[in-house]
Design a protein around this ligand. Structure first.
Ligand SMILES: [Zn+2]
Length: 495
């Protein structure tokens, strides 16, 4: 705010005196030395490849790490070892328990009018097709809304196919728009008597690689008592969110093929053979590293990303990059022996992909101390450059954010709005009233790769990754130093 006030004064007579007076009276939340230190930190980070080294290690030494898999445990061990070798002050783990979903094998084919193999993959949480493959005729819908408007007699006994293609946008908005087909399609199709679901992958590429992703919304099910009454449970009583019918995604070229077959007007019969499903439960861990604050150690600036990935690629952009960015950003302070006033916590969340289990476990375990979490931020939209900073902070913190922007602007980052919602893993904390920062990444090419076998290390551009680390390092340092409250005005008491 003072920046805006000072500028016009410079054109007035006696400008110098007036400006100096205004400056002293307003007392900026961050002093010049701190801003200078942040700029040095930024420039140093840009010249190093620390996050790339971390994500190279994670994707090479662990690789695909779906929640509940053998690699899940190795990823947890990797993250603990990484925090320790980076000399964080405290490193610990917290349990996260969930039903285990496994993919054994999967295939599919068009049987008629012309036979073709199909490149497809089961959606997370899908039930299997049983001992025999499922064979049925396709009924096509242009999008999820069209399925919702369908009559049961047109759907009963068939495999529903939803064909809309997601749009490519820099902010990833096309994903949200296309998402109901994947995350709610199976439940909606089953209600109308369908025996299976096939969707066009939520992806912007033309590779013959399907995109997986969760096929059922845990949050929606939990909020629906009628649905919960029918949900099966694990031996210890955890609800199992399984799609009511087998559900899979086709690669974009296979979806195009299926549509050309449907256009010919003859019945299109498909076979699905999905050997997938739930198998007991598993306890993974959130892995947490902390740089303890020097003056207010109980106050926490939290950044994080999810440690798990889907099984098809090696989880480089989703979300090995986010884990590496947040770890490297906090380590940039440790390496320079900068000890900020507040504590900085980096959380590698468990099993985000299958229902935000880690984010929920963290919010629950720390419910009573969420009031001491002053600000949260999450990196989970790939590895490409950050172009905008959004916030959800109280009015008293906007001056500090303006000062932060002075250091971030040379990275090509512009100021967005003050209505951030947090990411998947931090959203619950933001709902509980914690302040939020979103460093928005360019997602233009993210959904070419997301949840596919193509999510591998070679897709990461080290220069853009470094820009992310620099932005996070500046943000957490200044947030931990600023003598302001970030608490948004409309704070809701944490549950
Ligand atoms: Zn992710």
């Amino acid at each position: 705010m003072p920046r805006h006030h000072l500028a016009p004064l410079a054109f007035a007579p006696l400008a110098f005196t007036l400006a100096a007076t205004a400056f002293a009276a307003e007392r900026l939340p961050l002093d010049e030395a701190t801003l200078k230190q942040a700029a040095t930190l930024r420039d140093e980070v840009l010249a190093r490849n620390e996050a790339y080294t971390l994500v190279e290690s994670l994707t090479t030494e662990v690789g695909a790490r779906p929640g509940g898999s053998e690699a899940d445990a190795r990823a947890v061990a990797w993250a603990q070892a990484a925090f320790k070798s980076l000399k964080f002050d405290r490193v610990w783990i917290e349990p996260v328990t969930f039903p285990r979903w496994v993919r054994r094998h999967e295939s599919g084919a068009v049987l008629a009018p012309f036979p073709h193999p199909l490149a497809l993959t089961a959606l997370g949480g899908s039930r299997g097709t049983g001992k025999r493959p499922l064979e049925a005729e396709i009924v096509e819908f242009t999008d999820f809304a069209a399925l919702q408007a369908a009559r049961a007699e047109d759907v009963r006994g068939r495999i529903v196919y939803i064909g809309n293609r997601m749009q490519r946008t820099p902010d990833g908005a096309g994903y949200g728009a296309a998402n109901p087909a994947r995350s709610e399609g199976a439940v909606a199709a089953a209600k109308l008597g369908a025996v299976g679901l096939l969707i066009r992958s939520l992806g912007t590429d033309d590779d013959r690689l399907p995109h997986t992703g969760q096929g059922i919304r845990r949050d929606k099910m939990l909020a629906d008592p009628e649905a919960m009454a029918t949900v099966a449970k694990t031996r210890s009583g955890l609800p199992i969110f399984e799609t009511p019918i087998p559900a899979a995604a086709l690669s974009n070229p296979d979806a195009d093929l299926l549509q050309r077959l449907l256009e010919r007007g003859k019945p299109v019969r498909v076979r699905l053979d999905l050997d997938v499903g739930f198998d007991g439960e598993y306890t993974s861990q959130n892995v947490i590293g902390e740089v303890t604050g020097s003056e207010r150690p109980e106050e926490i600036v939290l950044i994080g990303a999810h440690l798990d990935s889907w099984d098809l690629g090696t989880g480089a952009i989703d979300d090995g990059a986010g884990v590496a960015i947040t770890m490297a950003a906090a380590h940039a302070l440790v390496r320079r022996e900068i000890r900020p006033r507040r504590s900085i916590r980096v959380v590698a969340f468990a099993n985000e992909e299958q229902g935000v289990y880690g984010g929920e476990a963290y919010a629950r375990a720390h419910a009573s101390e969420l009031v001491k979490h002053v600000l949260v931020a999450e990196s989970d939209l790939g590895a490409d450059r950050i172009y905008q900073l959004d916030t959800r902070v109280g009015a008293g913190a906007l001056g500090a954010i303006d000062q932060m922007m002075q250091v971030l602007a040379p990275l090509g980052i512009v100021r967005g709005g003050n209505a951030a919602t947090g990411g998947a893993d931090t959203g619950l904390m933001v709902q509980a009233g914690v302040g939020a920062i979103e460093l928005r990444q360019d997602a233009t090419r993210y959904f070419d790769l997301h949840h596919t076998a193509n999510d591998t290390l070679d897709k990461i551009d080290p220069k853009q990754l470094n820009q992310n680390v620099a932005a996070y390092a500046v943000m957490i340092f200044l947030a931990a130093q600023a003598e302001v409250s970030f608490v948004p005005a409309a704070q809701v008491a944490p549950k």
